[in-house]
Design a protein around this ligand. Structure first.
Ligand SMILES: Cc1ncc(C[n+]2csc(CCOP(=O)(O)OP(=O)(O)O)c2C)c(N)n1
Ligand SMILES: [Mg+2]
Length: 247
């Protein structure tokens, strides 16, 4: 999800007041949580790594709006926002960051290694792109069980250049797996800009070669993120649909 050129207008809203307030509350919770995490990290109270999600809040909050009970999510090390957006307890996440027993991994995992089976959150992965095939594996499990759950598999623009992403695309489409691939394109992989590392910068279009339709949306606009996920194609609803209904 990249920011479109500055002139883009906010997406039209068909959300209720309650839903809009929920979006605002969820995004603000992530922002405030991350500000505090950054502060504690600077004070040396958080050990190991700590990757913040500041500025990307609208992506996960918009996509969560299209999820239903039972859907799974998996992401990279930049994972606090995903945990909060799917309803994990902020106290448990912060306890984990600060190495306490009350944390989701009993304080032994830290920022990158938290999980919640209850909320269907499967990490938190420090190896760039490793979560992509794992996301397809989660989707395979749901297909095998015959339910209509979807797995949201998030990864970054840097991860999008890893080979295992394309092996996963091929298998996911070949096996018709209920997975939504979400590329969070924040324009940088550590210090390396997309333009410097990537010949074709339309990352959302790379699935086409495997039969996976892609769409670019403004990741700074929660309503723009929610909109395609609600349409019958190409995101969540497409992933949920039986093969015959897929475009
Ligand atoms: C396989 C692998 N190679 C290199 C690294 C070192 N590394 C950590 S973060 C990162 C950049 C990833 O960028 P991107 O996918 O755009 O995610 P972002 O940090 O922007 O969310 C790299 C190369 C790693 N963790 N794993
Ligand atoms: Mg990036």
């Amino acid at each position: 999800m990249a920011r479109k050129p500055a002139a883009s207008k906010p997406a039209p809203s068909n959300s209720s007041k309650d839903e809009l307030l929920k979006f605002y509350r969820d995004m603000l919770l992530i922002r405030r949580f991350e500000e505090k995490a950054g502060q504690l990290y600077g004070m040396g109270l958080i050990g190991g790594f700590c990757h913040l999600y500041i500025g990307q809040e609208a992506v996960v909050v918009g996509l969560e709006a299209s999820s239903k009970e039972g859907d799974k999510r998996i992401t990279s090390y930049r994972d606090h926002g995903h945990m909060l957006a799917c309803g994990m307890d902020p106290r448990g996440v912060m306890a984990e960051l600060t190495g306490r027993e009350g944390g989701y991994s009993k304080g032994k995992g830290g920022s990158m290694h938290m999980f919640s089976r209850e909320k269907h959150f499967y990490g938190g992965h420090g190896i760039v792109a490793a979560q992509v095939p794992l996301g397809a594996g989660l989707a395979f499990a749901d297909k095998y069980r015959g339910n209509d759950n979807v797995t949201f598999t998030y990864f970054g623009d840097g991860a999008a250049n890893q080979g295992q992403v394309y092996e996963t695309y091929n298998m996911a489409e070949l096996w018709d797996l209920p997975v939504v691939f979400v590329i969070e394109n924040n324009q940088y992989a550590m210090g390396t800009s997309v333009k410097r590392s990537t010949k074709s910068t339309s990352l959302f279009g790379r699935g086409e070669a495997f039969g996976i339709p892609g769409e670019q949306v403004d990741g700074m606009d929660v309503l723009a993120v929610k909109a395609p996920a609600k349409r019958p194609s190409p995101t969540a609803a497409r992933a949920r649909a039986p093969t015959s209904l897929k475009s």
